[in-house]
Design a protein around this ligand. Structure first.
Ligand code: AMP
Ligand code: MG
Length: 314
């Protein structure tokens, strides 16, 4: 059975979704980054069901979604730097990894038993309304099978998880199109665990130069797998032309099968990336060749996703 879809702008649909969540169900929820698979963060049974639906390894902790700083402070301890980042960028595509409070209303399974917790306040109106109506934190990893291409439309959610969830709220295409940037904050030190929909320069304007997970004494992210975001076809990066059996995904002015942004706009390319991979994959090539993407602004996160999509699969 495929889950029903309701318009995310309908207040009655939001009430229905909040009710399903209170009963321990799973809801496909639009956010500005990608569609999330939302479940009650406090309830271990729901969270176990969510890991199972995605086929996600339980060592890969989830992000708790909140309405804002006030709710977040019931989950984690905020250093002055962490509070500043939240004030500056929430609601928005920034996730903060912070010390988890012992009394946080989030089950241990959700953060894989760590003493830290990842938290984000999404900007999308429907996600905000749903969180407000639910009244507590929701875990919401991307609403797709673990390791696959992230969903940026309600149809993508149904394709991957339609028979495992209770409802999808259709909020149209996700405006950012890439997952959040994940930043761990320990006191006055910040480490970029995952580049994402908020670019490095914006974050560093507040934090100064960000540490990276490889450095000594910096936190790591247990769920950052080498192979991820993988379509059925293999991926070849930095391509200018397609070889036999390949389709070419372009960027900027060039001849290609599909273009992420003919104008060379990185924000537009980010919005289209996951849907473009799905669209080309559906045409059945052996390989999707992808044009070089500049490493500036959102290009850092786009290239991170592409490198994982191209990585050898187990
Ligand atoms: P996803 O929800 O799948 O987009 O990914 C959440 C990301 O946040 C994954 O890369 C996780 O490994 C990372 N993450 C979540 N919680 C923590 C944590 N407590 N410490 C470090 N990384 C985390
Ligand atoms: Mg994901």
């Amino acid at each position: 059975m495929t889950a029903p879809t309701l318009p995310a702008s309908d207040p009655v649909a939001l009430q229905t979704a909040a009710h399903i969540l209170r009963e321990g169900g799973l809801v496909g929820m639009p956010t500005e980054t990608v569609y999330g698979l939302a479940g009650n963060a406090a309830d271990a049974e729901t969270v176990a069901k969510l890991y199972a639906a995605k086929g996600r390894p339980r060592f890969n902790p989830l992000i708790a979604h909140v309405t804002g700083l006030e709710m977040a402070q019931t989950l984690a301890t905020f250093s002055p730097l962490a509070a500043r980042l939240a004030q500056e960028f929430w609601p928005g595509p920034l996730t903060l990894v912070l010390p988890k409070r012992p009394d946080a209303p989030v089950c241990d399974l959700a953060n894989a038993g760590l003493d830290t917790i990842a938290i984000r306040a999404p900007r999308h109106e429907a996600a905000r309304a749903l969180l407000k109506s639910f009244g507590g934190p929701l875990v919401a990893p991307s609403a797709n099978k673990s390791g696959g291409v992230s969903p940026t439309t309600a149809a993508h959610v149904l394709e991957g998880l339609g028979d495992q969830i209770d409802l999808v709220l259709d909020g149209g295409a996700c405006p950012v199109g890439l997952e959040s940037a994940v930043v761990a904050v320990e006191g006055d030190r910040a480490t970029l665990l995952r580049p994402g929909g908020l670019d490095r320069a914006s974050i560093e304007a507040i934090t100064g130069p960000l540490g990276s997970p490889g450095q000594t004494n910096t936190p790591s992210s247990p769920g950052m797998l080498k192979s991820h975001y993988a379509p059925g076809a293999s991926i070849r990066l930095n391509a200018m032309t397609a070889r036999e059996g390949e389709l070419l995904l372009g960027f900027g002015a060039m001849d290609c099968d599909l273009n992420l942004s003919p104008a060379g706009d990185l924000a537009e390319a980010a919005t289209r990336l996951f849907a473009a991979l799905r669209e080309l994959d559906a045409r059945g090539p052996t390989c999707i060749a992808i044009a070089p993407i500049p490493q500036t602004m959102l290009g850092e996160a786009i290239n991170d996703r592409l490198q994982r999509a191209a990585a050898p699969r187990d």
